[in-house]
Design a protein around this ligand. Structure first.
Ligand SMILES: Cc1cc2nc3c(=O)[nH]c(=O)nc-3n(C[C@H](O)[C@H](O)[C@H](O)COP(=O)(O)OP(=O)(O)OC[C@H]3O[C@@H](n4cnc5c(N)ncnc54)[C@H](O)[C@@H]3O)c2cc1C
Length: 401
């Protein structure tokens, strides 16, 4: 059987994008017994532009889906402390046991995304990581599949009863269906991040500074994924290149978060590139139409200051799989099931969307502390709500963490 037989088969669902949102959705659909193909133009074992501290709701999902142990076994340290502070003070708290988890985790994306894709395949989904989707197949108004090309230039056509766009911020599926933006706001933040080895990490750290917000997520190989955010007009020049880039980044960290920089110490060194991005969009898009839906960053994007994108992708993947299962297996009308998905997606992300917008202005003092505490409460509520959901059909009940 050749790989291009994909073009002669009809699937229940074709998912475009094989990372946090796409692989999770594909796995949950395949575990229900649906015929699913996942298409991506890149390998999940390749890194992406993103830090990767997973907050509690995302960790709850990994636990409920039976994947948390695999993430820890991959060498991602179990994070048991949180340090918050500013140049004057800092406070370290244990990660409390709540919603079935007592640790956080920040796996490298090429590890996490590979695990998610592997779980999708194990559940029965077909994975193709050499296909760039460029067109949608249509029957009148209805989307009935996708078309594109392999890396080698061969044409690919995949017919499916439904197409899920899980293809990230610059989603081709969203563009091709003309998914309208239903809510948006602008923020003016820029971020730089890098991997630092040799630091004495205490767990996740978040430090407010004057016009700055910085932190670290301890990850594989004893490295810290260290980030600094500042208003874009103060940080939008590209990070220094060559031998100076690491030094320049650590100098920036020293100004923004001296206490965290002290933990990096004289032995700390930047390994690899310093990555940067600025003025990332904040918007929600219409999440469905005849034969299509959007999940993850493709349908909803927010500034990374709240570190919530992976958790959103996991939460919304489950809502979408539930809706598609209700239609394809349960006989609900497609439109009603997907309208409910969109309403739920928007409801569960409403608090974080507002808090992200407000935190991204980097307010000082009491307002900053107030927003941090609202963020903590919103994350706890979401984690509790996720933990109370039944285990998705086809997955084993989670073993207590
Ligand atoms: C600087 C930064 C820092 C961040 N930090 C955090 C953090 O600490 N914690 C957190 O939870 N979140 C964080 N996020 C957010 C998080 O990275 C995203 O929310 C998450 O990656 C969304 O996953 P996704 O599966 O929707 O999209 P993506 O991860 O973008 O995956 C989309 C996939 O679609 C594929 N694709 C795209 N177009 C096509 C096409 N036409 N054909 C085939 N394949 C296609 C791509 O190759 C890619 O593999 C951060 C984001 C940024 C930018």
């Amino acid at each position: 059987m050749t790989r291009n037989e994909t073009q002669d088969q009809t699937y229940d669902v074709a998912v475009v994008g094989a990372r946090c949102a796409g692989s999770a959705t594909a796995r949950l659909l395949a575990a229900r017994g649906l015929r699913v193909v996942v298409l991506d133009r890149s390998e999940p074992t390749r890194d992406v532009f993103s830090t990767h501290g997973i907050v509690r709701p995302g960790v709850v999902q990994l636990h409920r889906w039976g994947l948390l142990d695999a993430v820890i076994d991959s060498g991602a340290p179990a994070v048991r402390e949180l340090t918050v502070g500013d140049p004057e003070w800092e406070r370290t708290l244990p990660v409390k046991a709540r919603a079935g988890v007592d640790r956080l985790v920040a796996p490298r994306r090429y590890v996490l995304d590979d695990l998610l894709a592997g779980a999708a395949v194990e559940a029965g989904a077909e994975l193709r990581t050499d296909v760039s989707v460029t067109e949608l197949l249509r029957d009148g108004e209805r989307v009935v599949g996708v078309a594109g090309r392999t890396r080698g230039g061969d044409p690919v056509r995949v017919r499916a009863r439904h197409v899920v766009g899980a293809d990230g911020l610059r989603s081709s599926v969203a563009r091709l269906v003309g998914a309208e933006v239903t809510a948006s706001c602008t923020t003016d933040l820029a971020a730089q991040y890098a991997y630092v080895e040799g630091g004495a990490w205490r767990g996740y750290e978040f430090h407010a500074g004057h016009d700055a917000y910085s932190g670290v997520f301890p990850t594989h190989d004893d490295a810290g994924c260290v980030f600094v955010m500042r208003p874009a007009h103060l940080l939008d020049e590209r990070p220094a290149r060559g031998e100076d880039r690491g030094r320049a980044f650590l100098d920036l960290l020293g100004e923004a978060a001296p206490r965290l920089a002290a933990r990096v110490g004289d032995d700390g060194r930047v390994v690899g590139r310093v990555r940067s991005g600025s003025r990332l969009p904040n918007h929600r898009r219409r999440a469905h139409g005849p034969g299509w839906s959007l999940v993850g960053d493709a349908g909803y994007h927010r500034d990374p200051i709240t570190g919530h994108g992976i958790s959103d992708a996991f939460n919304h993947a489950e809502l979408l799989a539930e809706a598609l299962g209700g239609w394809l297996l349960g006989g609900r009308p497609e439109r009603a099931a997907l309208a409910e998905y969109e309403a739920e997606r928007d409801a569960v992300s409403a608090d974080l969307f507002r808090i992200t917008r407000d935190l991204a202005t980097l307010p000082h003092g009491a307002r900053f502390a107030e927003l941090q505490s609202e963020l903590g409460a919103a994350l706890d509520r979401e984690a509790d709500e996720l933990a109370a959901r039944p285990t998705p059909p086809g997955l084993a009940e989670p073993v207590a963490a």
